[in-house]
Design a protein around this ligand. Structure first.
Ligand code: GCO
Length: 458
């Protein structure tokens, strides 16, 4: 048995449009930066694309039935901007909105509350061609898009998440180039951070005018550990923490950027215009926390190496020679996922306590909007690693709540095995196995384990 969670706790699963929908040319959908990135030779492992993915665009009734069978009371999904505005601007494509309209109504029939993410990285290619998030105008295009979606769905969606993980989108997509749009700008990508935040801030009033639902932003948070207790390593950890955990949180909760002097950024960014920070700090109803693993860093050129695993493993090779004020120091002594990420349930509690202590009264209620693990799933072999992962993290979450952190819900990443970005279909995060050759869905042992736990709460 798991410990009892507060009355009314939200239990959900999470997905994203590009990772599950497929149907990339259907019903007027325009090209996204991920369609373009997948076409780059060598960009995606095994040359995989999300042209079909989980074929959720056609199989969504079956997937809603899987959620209902699991017993969740919420479902976090994202809307594909290129389905709503194929060129990123102008009137909405009715067929694009119709898809999400049907999905939202089907969820309601099963008592499943939608948690809608407006942007999970699939920018219309036409906007990228006009500069993408390096172009300040994209922030205004995002606000327009948010209004069109809320016009149609505002009456039936109680939870709105503007952006998913802008930190990952900025760093992996624009600084290192290992995600779409494949820009390797390093610190010249900082305008992307500001324009993503500005888009968030401009979208909030567009939502407020069209929905009574709660509005959040979602970041992925990682407690930052040091390789040693040296002053140099502690400075490296402070610098990395400013990037990963503060760059997209301080502005929205405190109205100011964190200290980025370790990155040679002194004073105000030249691309910040008067009034921007007030727009970005539009009051929120909640903060979305994605948690996977802690990060351990050392001072550059410290030579600290170990046989351990790292959440930075996917980009480690791209960090060399960047002149960044930190380097990756792998973590030893913990089980690791198939992705090579250390499994540290206590890190979730540590991060939630850090957020509580760092932001105090400025911290709104929290939704854990993603938590899960990749497992080398084999048909017929129970995914006990995922059961252990979920059990451990839910116990750590329960302890954080007992410590006084106001957490309202938890979403498992992910309902389905899906397209894991540059890793293609190599990494399986689903509670439900997907045979991508046949699209057959098979609930895993973890699906049944979670179903039983949720039944205990009813
Ligand atoms: C992220 C994204 C998800 C990933 C998941 C596993 O956090 O990177 O929100 O799209 O698939 O986190 O990496």
């Amino acid at each position: 048995m798991l410990p009892r969670f507060p009355e009314g706790f939200v239990w959900g699963t999470a997905t994203s449009s590009y990772q599950i929908e497929g149907a990339v040319h259907e019903d007027g959908r325009g090209a996204s930066i991920w369609d373009s990135f997948c076409a780059r030779p060598g960009a995606i492992r095994n040359g995989d694309t999300a042209d079909v993915a989980c074929d959720h665009y056609h199989r969504w009734p079956e997937d809603v039935a899987l959620m209902a069978g699991l017993g969740v009371n919420a479902y976090r999904f994202s809307v594909a901007w290129p389905r709503i505005q194929p060129e990123g601007r102008g009137p909405a494509n009715p067929k694009g909105l119709d898809f999400y309209d049907r999905l939202v109504d089907a969820l309601a029939e099963h008592g499943i509350a939608p948690a809608l993410t407006l942007y999970h990285w699939d920018l219309p290619q036409a906007l990228q061609d006009a500069g993408g998030w390096m172009n300040r105008d994209t922030a205004h295009r995002f606000a327009e898009y948010a209004g069109l979606v809320a016009d149609r769905l505002g009456d039936r969606v109680p939870t709105w998440i503007t952006l998913n993980e802008p930190f990952v989108h900025m760093t992996e997509g624009h600084a290192l180039g290992v995600h779409a749009p494949g820009e390797a700008l390093l610190l010249d990508a900082l305008p992307v951070a500001h324009h993503l935040l500005l888009g968030h801030g401009l979208a909030v009033p567009e939502l407020r005018g069209r929905t009574s639902g709660q509005v959040l932003i979602t970041n992925n948070y990682s407690p930052v550990w040091t390789a040693t207790d040296s002053a140099a390593d502690r400075a490296a950890a402070t610098a990395f923490d400013a990037l990963q955990n503060r760059l997209f949180t301080d502005p929205v909760l405190l109205g100011r950027y964190p200290d980025l002097s370790a990155y040679g950024v002194d004073g105000a960014f030249p691309f910040v215009q008067d009034g921007d920070m007030n727009v970005i700090a539009a009051p929120l109803d909640g903060l979305g926390v994605n948690y996977y693993s802690p990060t351990r860093v050392a001072a550059p050129n410290s030579g600290v190496q170990s046989g351990g695993a790292s959440v930075l493993s996917e980009v480690e090779g791209h960090l060399d020679g960047t002149g960044l004020p930190f380097e990756d120091a792998p973590i030893d002594g913990y089980p690791v996922t198939a992705f090579g990420w250390p499994v540290v349930p206590e890190g979730l509690r540590e991060m939630l306590l850090k957020l509580r202590d760092r932001y105090g009264a400025a911290l709104p209620p929290i939704l854990v909007t993603e938590n899960g693990c990749s497992v080398r799933d084999e048909p017929g072999r129970p995914d006990q690693e995922r059961i252990d992962f979920l059990d451990g993290h839910l116990r750590a979450l329960h302890q954080a709540i007992a410590d006084g952190v106001d957490v309202r819900g938890y979403f498992v990443w992910s309902l389905l095995d899906n397209f894991e970005w540059a890793e293609g279909y190599e990494q399986r995060f689903g509670l439900v196995h997907v045979d991508f050759a046949t699209q057959r869905r098979t609930p895993k042992a973890s699906y049944h384990w979670l179903r039983e736990r949720l039944a205990e709460y009813r």
